[in-house]
Write a protein that binds this ligand. Structure first.
Ligand code: HEM
Length: 397
């Protein structure tokens, strides 16, 4: 029985889409590892300081699996990251195997080749913008990452309305039936595509996985699952960062002008957007389960406990970032944890960086007078979606 009332996630925000919930700041100062209640009502440890989040992301005593899945604390109603996955005995080995399989898809050469395509896709989308006011979320932030992931995977863009709807359902944190149905539809769709690619292979990741199928002992279910997961992870996260990056640049005209004046700042500018754009994590952090007792700051996380590692809060830790709430596009170093850290570090980070660089590098020139078409406090955050983010971004110029 727990002795004192626990904080319940998600925390109440102050209504500013660009800020984190005030409770996170208090906890980071006073209780950097603290018990909270998850969206699913179960207890978990919330970790908010940069050094601790980083150390625990690299600690293989934590994983996604649980020795007794039926009794594992639940994180949310989502079928994705809502509870444990994998087997504790070989979780890390299985993960390394899957990761090796995907590594060639994200080779530096392939990414460089994609950069040009991404650039022309951004140009095309900007050329097609209707007269303002425009919902930039719908007109740019969503279609760009969808086009890019379609190209990488070999998914026909014409199917985007269907898989976006499934992906939206899958991201639900409150409706497990919708989340489960979304995943099933996505996986089913990928099975259809596997049949097509088997007949007519092309230069894409699904065809590559099929070519490696026999050597790697993969069954079609593995390939369909991997492709569905890539489709989801490859666009939902990037959509959110395009919205937040545009909002950050609009809200800080001096920084926007500095970027327009010096295109060499695009690299650090994107890192700074990434640092400040993971603040509204609707589940509290990246979920893990302890596979052994772990003591940190005199607190013992017991084997089997759920742990939420909060990159968005760690990214504002004054111990790691001077003036952490200042948006400074020249900030270096910028050791943000938005792509995670350690063995599960985002495999698509270089692709996401390319997309963000191509968008913001162009937008400051093409739309120099971009501004919000509504007051900032009217922007709605999607707290019930795994990936969070804005529902709309109405702008004018
Ligand atoms: C700005 C956009 C993105 C953000 C913020 C992001 C964030 C993350 C984070 C935090 C993780 C680690 C999760 C954990 O430790 O539990 C991760 C893993 C992953 N991401 Fe991303 N991601 C982005 C873009 C992408 C893209 C474009 C792709 C694919 C095209 C992708 C594919 C993946 C995959 C496959 C993993 C799992 C890696 C593994 O388990 O080894 N992500 N991402």
């Amino acid at each position: 029985m727990d002795q004192c009332p626990m904080d319940q996630l998600p925390f109440t925000t102050n209504g500013d889409a660009l800020d984190i919930a005030p409770r996170y700041r208090t906890l980071q100062e006073e209780q950097p590892i603290t018990r909270v209640r998850t969206r699913a009502g179960d207890p978990a440890w919330l970790v908010t300081r940069h050094a601790d989040v980083m150390a625990l992301l690299a600690d293989d005593r934590l994983g996604r699996s649980h020795p007794d899945p039926a009794s594992a604390p639940r994180i949310s109603a989502s079928v994705l990251l809502g509870g444990p996955t994998g087997e504790p005995d070989d979780e890390h080995a299985q993960h390394r195997r899957k990761r090796r399989l995907l590594t060639p898809a994200f080779s530096a050469r392939r990414m460089q080749a994609l950069r040009e395509r991404v650039g022309s896709q951004v140009e095309g989308l900007l050329n097609e913008l209707p007269a303002p006011p425009v919902d930039l979320h719908a007109a740019l932030s969503v279609p760009l990452p969808v086009m890019v992931i379609c190209e990488l995977l070999g998914v026909p863009y014409r199917d985007h309305d269907r898989f976006r709807a499934w992906s939206t359902d899958l991201a639900s944190l409150t409706d497990s039936a919708a989340s489960g149905a979304g995943r099933r539809e996505l996986v089913e769709y990928m099975h259809g595509l596997i049949a097509v690619k088997r007949e007519a292979p092309a230069a894409d990741v699904i065809s590559d996985l099929l070519a490696a199928q026999d050597d790697q002992g993969l069954i079609d279910d593995d390939i369909a699952d991997t492709a569905a997961m890539l489709l989801f992870a490859g666009h939902e996260t990037t959509v959110v960062r395009i919205d937040f990056g545009v909002l950050l640049l609009i809200s800080h005209p001096d920084q926007r002008d500095a970027l327009r004046g010096d295109p060499g700042l695009i690299g650090p500018a994107v890192e700074e957007v990434l640092r400040l754009s993971s603040s509204n994590n609707s589940v509290g952090g990246l979920p893990r389960y302890a596979h052994a007792d772990i003591t940190i700051h005199a607190v013992t996380i017991a084997a089997g406990d759920a742990v939420l590692l909060a990159p968005g809060v760690a990214n504002r830790d004054p111990r790691a970032f001077p003036d952490p709430d200042t948006f400074d596009i020249a900030r270096t170093p910028n050791p943000h944890l938005t792509f995670g850290h350690g063995a599960r570090y985002c495999i698509g980070a270089s692709l996401a960086r390319i997309e963000l660089q191509e968008v913001f590098g162009r937008i400051v020139h093409r739309l120099p007078n971009l501004r919000l078409a509504v007051p900032r406090h009217e922007l709605r955050l999607q707290h019930d979606r795994l990936t969070g983010g804005l529902a709309e971004l109405p702008v004018a110029w």
